[in-house]
Design a protein around this ligand. Structure first.
Ligand code: ZN
Length: 405
């Protein structure tokens, strides 16, 4: 009898209390199109007097990243005001104690910037922060490890290195859950003095589809620092646009309702480095002669990169090529800067269709990387400087002519 009851209660426990991860997964919502995360850096007075009232009116969430050592300064919030933002339902995130370039600090100093911030939050009845924003966009592997250790779940960076740095605002790319590391969530648009146009918010929102999420970064509305300032009229237009577009607007912490934040790349930098690979665009095949000629144009997403090698595959079927098999010809990695290659496999039959694709290896100029991404760590710059294969071009087909007798 005892055994039977024991077995039953065990079964009930398993049935009624699945693991936390299982529960979270069951409760997770599908990512809707037009999912937008709103973030505000530096702890400006305008967070409370201009931003929060409009967000509340529209039912929008938002994260306010506070620099604790700046509180009480000119046009900055005070602790009671930060508490008020929390009481109104907004998230308070960590933007360190003194807004240093974290790359210039020792690991111990980085840890203190975050621990002291967390302690100040606790003393001022602010919930333990789980979201972080890198001051000036500087990050390296040490900061990621310390954030993990101190119980953080999410961190937002700037737009570079995928987009060359513009200090006065601009558009970046959308956040791709599962691909981007949750501690390296890119900013899809940063408003600043050099990025005030209407199209920027439209462009950022247009990327929020098929599981991609748009993350917007603002500073003060307006800000004491002119370069990162957003006028009130501009901000109202942005929020009106999001409202009229039917966007779902949330705080950064609320990503956990939609995204499995435990799913992350083994190497946090890998997705960034892969996206910056060199790709072959405009693939062409000249098959006017018996032996086809292939050509392409190397594309590097705004970076100056040189092609140093290629690998070209020709296949008798698309299915084989999709599996990465060039059953007719696999050039192997050929060290060559040419964009034009002559077919060198067995004779091709007239009237038949064949499939091909090409992959390129890049080389970047170190001086250019450092110039375009002055905020990046030595370790990421070193990664970006390595020659590596980019993604394959899109699959193209060609049909051989039938020769006349
Ligand atoms: Zn900042």
């Amino acid at each position: 009898m005892f055994l039977r009851i024991g077995a039953l209660s065990w079964a009930l426990t398993v049935f009624l209390c699945p693991g936390l991860r299982g529960k979270e997964a069951a409760a997770r919502l599908p990512i809707p199109d037009k999912l937008v995360v709103l973030t505000f850096d530096d702890g400006n007075k305008s967070d409370l007097i201009t931003v929060a009232p409009l967000l509340k009116k529209y039912g929008f969430g938002g994260t306010f990243f506070i620099t604790s050592g700046w509180l009480g300064g000119e046009q900055r919030l005070t602790w009671p005001e930060v508490r008020q933002l929390q009481a109104e339902g907004f998230e308070i995130g960590c933007h360190t104690v003194s807004h240093p370039n974290l790359l210039a600090l020792t690991a111990g100093e980085i840890r203190r910037q975050i621990e002291v911030f967390d302690r100040a939050c606790a003393e001022n009845q602010i919930k333990k922060p789980v979201s972080f924003s890198y001051p000036g966009g500087h990050f390296d592997r040490r900061v990621l490890a310390i954030l993990q250790d101190l119980g953080y779940r999410i961190a937002r960076r700037g737009r570079d290195p995928e987009r060359p740095l513009e200090d006065n605002g601009g558009n970046g790319r959308a956040y791709v859950p599962g691909d981007d590391h949750p501690f390296l969530i890119p900013s899809s648009m940063t408003r600043g003095i050099g990025a005030q146009e209407d199209y920027r918010i439209a462009q950022a929102l247009a990327e929020a589809h098929s599981g991609q999420i748009t993350v917007l970064t603002y500073h003060g509305v307006p800000d004491v620092n002119r370069h990162c300032s957003t006028p009130i009229v501009r901000f109202r237009k942005d929020m009106d646009y999001l409202k009229e577009s039917g966007a779902t607007v949330i705080a950064l912490r609320d990503l956990s309702r939609y995204v499995d934040l435990g799913k992350r790349p083994g190497d946090p930098f890998a997705p960034i480095v892969r996206r910056l690979g060199l790709r072959a665009e405009k693939p062409r095949c000249d098959n006017s002669e018996a032996v086809p000629q292939f050509s392409w144009e190397p594309a590097s997403g705004g970076w100056t990169q040189k092609q140093v090698a290629y690998r070209l595959l020709v296949s008798s079927s698309k299915a084989l090529l999709d599996r990465g098999e060039g059953d007719l010809w696999d050039s192997g990695k050929v060290t060559n800067t040419e964009w034009e290659v002559t077919y060198d496999g067995p004779a091709l039959a007239g009237g038949r269709t064949y499939w091909w694709k090409v992959q390129l290896w890049n080389r970047r100029d170190l001086a250019e990387i450092t110039r375009i991404t002055p905020y990046q760590s030595e370790e990421l710059i070193t990664e970006l400087h390595k020659s590596r294969p980019g993604p394959f071009s899109k699959v193209s087909s060609f049909t051989m002519g039938v020769s006349q007798p």
